[in-house]
Design a protein around this ligand. Structure first.
Ligand SMILES: Cc1cc2nc3c(=O)[nH]c(=O)nc-3n(C[C@H](O)[C@H](O)[C@H](O)COP(=O)(O)OP(=O)(O)OC[C@H]3O[C@@H](n4cnc5c(N)ncnc54)[C@H](O)[C@@H]3O)c2cc1C
Length: 433
């Protein structure tokens, strides 16, 4: 673009036209704003209050215990923060921002407890995205249980030999015509809430020759199905209040109707794939892209917790007769921490808005938001330890826990490398390996 110079006699006219264009626009409807609505601010403050009063004070204890914090999930259910109605309300926001705002505040309180509250949403999203109306009505309430009998749910895709490469899933589901049942066999790895849930959504192959196109999602309720059991519970680096375990499926039988979307639709889809017709893998890609900013917002919560703590510490701690923040090395680090968190949040909000409004993710904007937020969380929490010095390295202070928690955001829901792969393929249109 170039700006054409104007002769001096034209200058006044040009300036007047510019002023008119600016003032004339004053009455027009503004279609872009980063100002949160009053409803969004209210939700943010409400969740923040719960995170500050209930989650944060309990975080150290549950991290040490390495157990699911059932009493806190119960508290969250009592106020409507845990349950389908709450989740549906956050999701309904047409801007797409309520869900990441809620996640950021919850995980600001604590990531392990946050994941115990939000982990169920993975299974819910699969049922909501792939289930029939009837299945949604039946299974989603069962994921949460009731206030007197709280349940969690698990989404089981990963396997010992199928993490980044989901096409390597070896769990198989065979249909037993005589019994009108599916028989599932396999081993699932690292399932959040695996084995302690009633509802398990299990990804299994109905035709291994078709790779990931032969996959289907099955609801396997622990209370009904025989042959599903918890393997070893995983002892973790971070996110320790969240339960992670292997799940075994050993001749596990579920009724024909427990495949999400229904057996008829599955048979039609598999027949189409076998004929070489186009499937909906692009739609599945869009779904992943849409869920990634939510995960990114969890990382942001962890990063913000560490930044805020380090800022206050640096303003109080004195060495060499002055506050440590009075040294540029510390103050500039804090300035960069704040800038990186805000930059990551803008990517998260952009992708959340795109996902909610079905704007195509042409440049893998969902992956960008998750990749950036994960990297920021790891970097910010590491810098926070540095700012706290020896104290930062001890379990007497929370920043070391936040650093341990942050690392998972480089790994699950697609590793940092896989996010880069997705972005690289999207921007190039080429099959980058
Ligand atoms: C705490 C926790 C909770 C989890 N919760 C769940 C859950 O609820 N449900 C579920 O299904 N799974 C869950 N997972 C599994 C998680 O999604 C996987 O760990 C993740 O997808 C990575 O798979 P992997 O561990 O097998 O790593 P691998 O795929 O073996 O990757 C190892 C390394 O190789 C890199 N790599 C792999 N392929 C490529 C490539 N093509 N190009 C460049 N680099 C590559 C990876 O980026 C990584 O650095 C959870 C994991 C953890 C740790």
């Amino acid at each position: 673009m170039s700006v054409t110079p104007v002769a001096s006699s034209d200058t006044t006219e040009a300036a007047e036209a510019a002023v008119e264009a600016i003032t004339g626009a004053a009455g027009q409807e503004v279609t872009f704003s980063l100002e949160l609505s009053q409803d969004q601010k209210d939700i943010r403050d409400w969740v923040h209050g719960f995170a500050a009063d209930v989650i944060r004070p309990a975080a150290h204890e549950w991290d040490e215990r390495e157990e699911t914090p059932w009493p806190i999930i119960q508290e969250a259910a009592k106020i409507g923060l845990y349950g389908f109605e709450g989740l549906a309300q956050f999701f309904a926001d047409p801007t797409g921002l309520s869900l990441p705002i809620v996640n950021e505040e919850l995980f600001w309180g604590d990531a392990g407890i946050g994941m115990s509250i939000m982990g169920t949403a993975l299974a819910v999203a699969a049922i909501f995205g792939q289930g029939s109306g009837e299945q949604i009505g039946e299974w989603i309430p069962r994921c949460f249980g009731t206030q007197d009998d709280i349940k969690v749910a698990a989404f089981c895709a990963s396997e010992p030999n199928a993490g980044s490469d989901v096409s390597g899933v070896r769990t198989v589901a065979k249909f037993d015509e005589a019994a009108n049942e599916w028989v599932i066999n396999g081993q699932k790895a690292w399932a959040t809430n695996g084995g302690i849930s009633d509802v398990h959504v299990v990804i299994a192959s109905v035709d291994r020759e078709l790779g990931s196109k032969g996959h289907a999602a099955f609801v396997v309720p622990m209370s009904e199905a025989k042959g599903i059991s918890q393997g070893s519970k995983v002892s973790k680096h971070g996110l320790r209040a969240s339960h992670t375990a292997d799940v075994f499926l050993d001749d596990c039988r579920v009724p024909a109707g427990y495949v999400l979307g229904g057996k008829e639709k599955l048979d039609e889809r598999i027949a189409r794939v076998r004929e070489g017709k186009k499937n909906k893998s692009q739609a599945a890609m869009q779904t992943f892209e849409a869920s990634r900013p939510t995960v990114g917002s969890q990382a942001l919560g962890v990063a913000r917790a560490a930044y805020e703590y380090a800022l206050e510490y640096a303003k109080e701690r004195e060495q060499f007769g002055r506050k440590i923040i009075e040294n540029q090395a510390i103050a500039f680090t804090l300035a960069r921490m704040k800038m990186e968190i805000d930059a990551a949040r803008l990517l998260v909000w952009r992708a959340s808005w795109m996902g909610r409004n079905q704007v195509p993710f042409e440049n893998a904007e969902g992956s960008m938001s998750k990749l950036k937020s994960g990297e920021v969380a790891v970097w910010v929490t590491e810098r926070a330890i540095q700012i706290l010095g020896g104290n930062g390295y001890t379990r007497e202070f929370p920043v070391e826990r936040w650093h341990r928690d942050a690392k998972i955001y480089d790994i699950f829901e697609g590793t940092a490398e896989i996010q880069q792969l997705v972005i690289a393929r999207a921007i190039s249109g080429m099959y980058i390996k």
